[in-house]
Design a protein around this ligand. Structure first.
Ligand SMILES: *[C@@H]1O[C@H](CO)[C@@H](O)[C@H](O)[C@H]1NC(C)=O
Ligand SMILES: *[C@@H]1O[C@H](CO)[C@@H](O)[C@H](O)[C@H]1NC(C)=O
Ligand SMILES: *[C@@H]1O[C@H](CO)[C@@H](O)[C@H](O)[C@H]1NC(C)=O
Ligand SMILES: *[C@@H]1O[C@H](CO)[C@@H](O)[C@H](O)[C@H]1NC(C)=O
Ligand SMILES: *[C@@H]1O[C@H](CO)[C@@H](O)[C@H](O)[C@H]1NC(C)=O
Length: 493
């Protein structure tokens, strides 16, 4: 291959560009490209497409390489499943980032291994990160470089108008992480020791600077989005499309969007075993205008979870399960303010899950969760098909508090199917002091998957109406409005 001649140059380039650690910045090239009228000239300077190697366009069987496609193989990737392809991806990112509609291509029939990397923008618009082969992190804790960030792997930071797509697979290699006994444990004299091994979550957790003092709570921190490992993370980015990929076996969360705007997710498949811990499918927080369409998620935790700061979220044609269902929350942890509004879940199938559609808030929070609509949802053997829990707590030590995240204008329409009789199918446990209001139930028909209903629907301090009679009948919703909502200021968002 002609390419061989260029490899030393590629490696030197990479040595220079990787001086800034694992953050690959794309903006580096901006001026060069922007000030250059003929952008193909710039590209021809790239070691991947040296001018003398340009194929003759007239020669048959010699297709012109698309100048805006940056195949990682041209940047030194090996793709044999064991070589370290990190530098090839980082260099290809820099190149693709610097041209308009650049495509970073990880071609089919190869398995690429890269270590934790922040692919950073800003980039020129239209960037595509295309995985047609398999892309994965090193296999398990023994293989992760000690210096690497163990909380996140594929990170996209400050990118705009970018697509992550392809016909390939992002393989999380989570198996060895799931087996780790990594939870912090009790040390002498009431201290807490970190886990006995480097966990993707716990290693960066600083117990001394946290309000979490109780050991039980500490152990469960893995379940809070903030502390969980993320396989793919989009941070402070806008105008994103993620489509077509298969994403599987993440050590913990598969995808997280945080501080983003305008996110379109379509035709994703996310798979992890039902018993893999904290393997949430898609988590979003502080992110607005999100659509999640036509996707299948089977995992060991929430299918989709929506944290604070989200609004205008539309979830349609999604199949969940096994897993923990679609969840809004947990909100209001450690007396924080949470604001979630305008969330629609439509045409979903939820099967063999611990929850169906769930809203969970901690006691003592502030803010509100409002304008939530669950519509046309089929349940198959689901525990807690409809659950609103304002007493969410991961330990036994949660005190009763007076403030709460205000839950209002929540509608459940055409929710049908079967439930697992171990839990009541409908459960509204609202705060003692801040009732839930304006709950609407319409065409809710849930039957036992097998056996008999043990518990009736449960309501506590929940105000709302049934537009049609539900099955099982729910007699516990309170009519009208509560007399007063105290300290209204706490619910403002
Ligand atoms: C792979 O290469 C990257 C970039 O040079 C480096 O940071 C990382 O430690 C390497 N990974 C392994 C497993 O050696
Ligand atoms: C609610 O979200 C939808 C997208 O799901 C959006 O089209 C609509 O404008 C939003 N409504 C309000 C009042 O913000
Ligand atoms: C949901 O699925 C239906 C039926 O396949 C399809 O017509 C509709 O376009 C899908 N919705 C979205 C948002 O893709
Ligand atoms: C907190 O309040 C709930 C609802 O009133 C009650 O069932 C529970 O026993 C209380 N817990 C404590 C620890 O006081
Ligand atoms: C009650 O909720 C419905 C949506 O479920 C909404 O259309 C209506 O405006 C809400 N009413 C009040 C008084 O907020």
């Amino acid at each position: 291959m002609e390419l061989i001649r260029w490899l030393p140059f590629v490696w030197i380039t990479m040595a220079v560009v990787s001086l800034d650690g694992s953050i690959v910045e794309g903006r580096y090239h901006f001026h060069k490209i922007k000030n250059n009228e003929d952008s193909s000239y710039s590209i021809s300077q790239s070691p991947a497409y040296p001018p003398s190697d340009s194929p003759d366009p007239d020669e048959p069987g010699n297709p012109i390489p698309d100048p805006s496609t940056f195949d990682v193989m041209s940047f030194g990737a090996v793709g044999d499943g064991s070589s370290n392809d990190t530098n090839a991806f980082r260099s290809a990112w820099k190149a693709a980032c610097a041209v308009e509609s650049g495509v970073l291509l990880a071609p089919a029939d190869y398995t690429f291994t890269i270590t934790s990397t922040i692919f950073s923008g800003p980039c020129l618009p239209g960037l595509v990160f295309q995985v047609d082969g398999v892309l994965m992190p090193p296999d398990g804790p023994d293989c992760w470089p000690k210096a690497d960030n163990t909380k996140q792997w594929l990170v996209f930071y400050r990118v705009g108008e970018m697509t992550l797509t392809g016909s390939g697979t992002i393989e999380g290699n989570g198996g060895k992480w799931w087996e780790l006994p990594c939870k912090p444990h009790r040390g002498p004299k009431g201290t807490t020791l970190p886990g006995p091994c480097e966990s993707p979550t716990v290693s960066t957790y600083d117990a001394t600077n946290s309000g979490f003092t109780q050991l039980d709570e500490l152990i469960c921190l893995n379940e809070l989005a903030y502390y969980a490992f993320q396989l793919i993370r989009f941070f402070m980015s806008t105008n994103l499309v993620v489509s077509g990929l298969k994403i599987q076996n993440s050590p913990q969360f598969h995808m997280k969007f945080d501080g983003c705007n305008d996110v379109q997710i379509d035709k994703l498949s996310i798979f992890s075993p039902a018993l893999s811990p904290n393997t949430d499918g898609i988590h979003i927080e502080n992110t607005k205008s999100v659509s999640i369409y036509n996707s299948i998620i089977a995992n060991g935790d929430d299918c989709i979870s929506i944290g604070t700061g989200c609004s205008a979220v539309e979830i349609e044609n999604v199949t969940c399960g096994p897993g923990h269902g679609i969840s809004i929350g947990s909100l209001g942890v450690q007396n924080s303010q949470a604001c979630v509004s305008n969330i629609t879940v439509r045409n979903a199938l939820i099967k063999n899950s611990d929850n169906g559609v769930r809203i969970k808030t901690w006691q003592g929070g502030m803010g509100s969760v409002t304008d939530i609509s669950f519509e046309n949802i089929e349940m198959e053997n689901v525990r807690n098909c409809i659950i609103l829990d304002q007493y969410y707590c991961l330990s036994k030590g949660c005190r009763n508090q007076t403030s709460a995240v205000f839950a209002t204008s929540i509608s459940y329409k055409n929710i049908k199917g079967t439930y697992d009789v171990r839990s009541p199918p409908i459960h509204f446990a609202c705060s003692d002091t801040v009732p839930c209001t304006n709950i609407t139930m319409s065409e809710v028909e849930l039957l036992p998957a097998e056996g008999e209903l043990v518990d009736d629907p449960f309501c506590w301090n929940a105000y709302g109406i049934q537009e049609t009679l539900t099955i099982p009948p729910i007699g516990c919703l309170l009519d009208g409005e509560p007399d007063s909502l105290s300290e209204r200021i706490n619910y403002e968002c």
